[in-house]
Design a protein around this ligand. Sequence first.
Ligand code: ADP
Ligand code: MG
Length: 314
Amino acid sequence: ATPTAIMVATGVGANNGVLIKGGDALERAQMVKYVVFDKTGTLTQGKASVTTARVFTGMERGEFLTLVASAEASSEHPLAKAIVEYARHFHFFDEPSTTKDTRNRSKESKFSSWLLDVSDFSALPGRGVQCFIDGKQILVGNRKLLTENGICIPTFAEDFVVELEESAKTGILVAYDSALIGVLGVADPLKREAAVVVEGLVKMGVKPVMVTGDNWRTARAVAREVGIQDVRAEVMPAGKADVIRSFQKDGSIAAMVGDGINDSPALAAADIGMAIGAGTDIAIEAADYVLMRNNLEDVITAIDLSRKTFSRIR
Ligand code: ADP
Ligand code: MG
């Protein structure tokens, strides 16, 4: 293709909200064999919401949610945001209503005062969060986080988490003062176009793959819904780049589509890194393509554009 053709294609992409950083990236897309999708925020809407909160101790529900929200308040993770939002709503509607015009303000401030003081907060990538409230350790995250900290998960709790995972939800376990006190279920719906795009890629001869830090059971349930057969789950952030490299071993061209900080090593390792425009800046920087409309159909638009631009000279 001539420099003019590349310039025209880049312009067509831009008009469709597909930003292409350079002619090389544009050229490589036509040869793509694997498209590896991140799950959370890429295949899914990234708008997680709490669907279930079960307390196992005698603790009051509001107290449980306050503890968990306080622990998650400093985390940027979509799961954390969902939990804080849920607790905020719980307290908002829980309070007896006063006069109409002062209601919103007073409830908001009441909730803020309910958020407990937290010390020694740490976010543990691929696991959850840990901190101290009232001098006692609180852990909010997956099984790995709890077992690594020596917390035992009783059978009834494990069964409940399995039930959540089989319905494509993420189970979040909460331990306080060395004991499991409850579990939350979080759902993150698929993007509306996700399944159609996956089907479209298969028709184009491209193999769709899903990679996620989430657990195997949830991952498989989501993959089944979206029509992806090749799934890699419980992948730690650095592991996503290894997944990409494993596809490149025989010289195949692999694309990565992702939105998170976690995805940036994989976006950089991929032959074609595609960042969701609504994603984090770090992901956008690491990528060759930015999908500004946050619509997965643009993965196909990008490949089509490359094929049309370069087919004549091949
Ligand atoms: P993904 O690849 O799906 O974006 P992450 O690597 O961010 O996943 O997280 C993997 C898993 O770690 C999550 O599914 C969740 O179980 C747990 N996790 C991570 N951060 C948090 C958090 N702030 N609160 C609760 N759980 C978390
Ligand atoms: Mg993500």
